[in-house]
Design a protein around this ligand. Structure first.
Ligand code: R5P
Length: 293
C-alpha cells in the first residue's frame, strides 16, 4: 500500500518532492494560527486505515514545528491512521544529549519521549547529530532509522565541480564518518581535525600538520549553525596551504549571518541540502527519504 504523504509547515516543498518521487500527490492540510498565536491543524483527507508519512523539519523555530508535529500526529492517529511514520529531516535538540551541568534537561530524551507518546509508529531522521548517543534506538523505543544524504552531496560535487587534487576534511572526530563516506564516493583521501567547543557560539580547532599544500579541500559537516566551526576550520586549512576550499553540509541552518562570514573566511562555495530550505540548499533529500518510505 502506498502511503499518504503530508508535509508540515516547515516541509511543504519537500513533501511535494517526496510525493512526486513516489508518483503520488501530497495530502492536503490546513494550517493556521488563531489571533492569540495558538496553532490550528486540519487534515483534509480520509486517513482511516491508511499509512501516513508526515514530514516536518525543525529548523529556526523548532518549538513551533515540534508542537505542530504533535498536533498532526495525534490527529492522524485519532482519525484512525493505521501507521504514522514521522520523517524529521533536521531534528533539533539532539545536541543536548546529556546533562552537562547539574539540573539540565536532557532535551533529546524528552523530545523523543513526546514524539513517541503522541503516537508516532516509526521515526526517520537524516544525518542526525548522534554524538554521545550513538544510535537512535538508545533514545527511541519505536523503530527508527537515521538515513544519510552524504552520498548525494558527494555526487553533486562530482557532477558539478571540477575538483582535482582533492582532500575531504571533517572539522572534528564526529565528522569522520561523513568525511569517509564523501571521500569514498569521490575516490579520494580524507582527514579530520580536533575541535573543542567553548560555548554554543565559540569553538577552537587545534592546529594540525596536514599534507594539503596546493590541494583543493572539501570540508564536510552535518550542521552549519553559526558557522564558527567552519570558519575556524578554514583558518587552519589556509595556514596549511589549502588551495580552493568548498564547504558541504547536510543541514544549512546558517544562523547569525553565517553564510557571508564563511565566504569572508575564504570559502569558494557552500553547498547544503533541502532538509533546511536556504540559499545553499541545492541538493535534494527526497531521493534519500523515498528509499525508506
Ligand atoms: C557539532 O559538533 C556539529 O557537528 C557541527 O560542527 C556544529 O553544529 C556546527 O555549529 P557551528 O556552525 O555553530 O559551529
Amino acid at each position: 500500500m502506498k502511503p499518504l504523504i503530508i508535509g508540515g509547515t516547515s516541509a511543504q516543498v519537500l513533501a511535494h518532492k517526496v510525493a512526486r518521487e513516489l508518483k503520488l500527490e501530497s495530502t492536503k492540510t490546513e494550517f493556521k494560527k488563531f489571533p492569540d498565536g495558538e496553532k490550528y491543524v486540519r487534515i483534509l483527507a480520509d486517513v482511516e486505515g491508511k499509512e501516513v508519512v508526515f514530514i516536518q523539519s525543525m529548523y529556526k523555530t523548532p518549538d513551533e514545528y515540534l508542537f505542530e508535529y504533535f498536533l498532526v500526529v495525534d490527529t492522524l492517529k485519532d482519525l484512525g491512521a493505521k501507521k504514522v511514520a514521522g520523517v524529521i529531516p533536521y531534528f533539533s535538540y539532539s545536541r543536548q544529549d546529556d546533562r552537562f551541568k547539574p539540573g539540565e534537561a536532557i532535551s533529546f530524551k524528552t523530545v523523543a519521549k513526546l514524539i513517541e507518546n503522541v503516537g508516532t509508529d516509526e521515526i526517520i531522521t537524516i544525518d542526525l547529530h548522534l554524538h554521545r548517543v550513538e544510535v537512535l534506538s538508545r533514545v527511541f523505543k519505536i523503530p527508527s532509522k537515521n538515513i544519510t544524504v552524504m552520498p548525494f552531496l558527494a555526487r553533486y560535487v562530482k557532477e558539478n565541480l571540477n575538483l582535482e587534487d582533492l582532500i575531504v576534511i571533517g572539522p572534528d572526530e564526529e565528522a569522520e564518518k561523513w568525511a569517509k563516506t564523501v571521500a569514498e564516493e569521490l575516490k579520494t583521501d580524507f582527514d579530520i581535525l580536533e575541535k573543542e567547543r567553548i560555548s554554543p557560539t565559540e569553538v577552537v580547532i587545534q592546529p594540525k600538520k596536514l599534507n594539503i599544500r596546493g590541494l583543493n579541500v572539501l570540508i564536510i559537516d552535518d550542521i552549519i549553525s553559526t558557522g564558527g566551526t567552519i570558519i575556524k576550520t578554514i583558518e587552519v586549512l589556509k595556514k596549511e596551504g589549502a588551495q580552493r576550499i568548498i564547504v558541504v553540509c547536510a543541514h544549512p541552518l546558517l544562523i547569525n549571518n553565517a553564510l557571508p562570514k564563511i565566504y569572508d573566511a575564504g570559502a569558494e562555495m557552500v553547498i547544503g541540502t533541502d532538509t533546511i530550505p536556504s540559499q545553499v540548499s541545492v541538493v535534494g533529500s527526497a531521493p534519500a527519504i523515498t528509499k525508506v518510505c
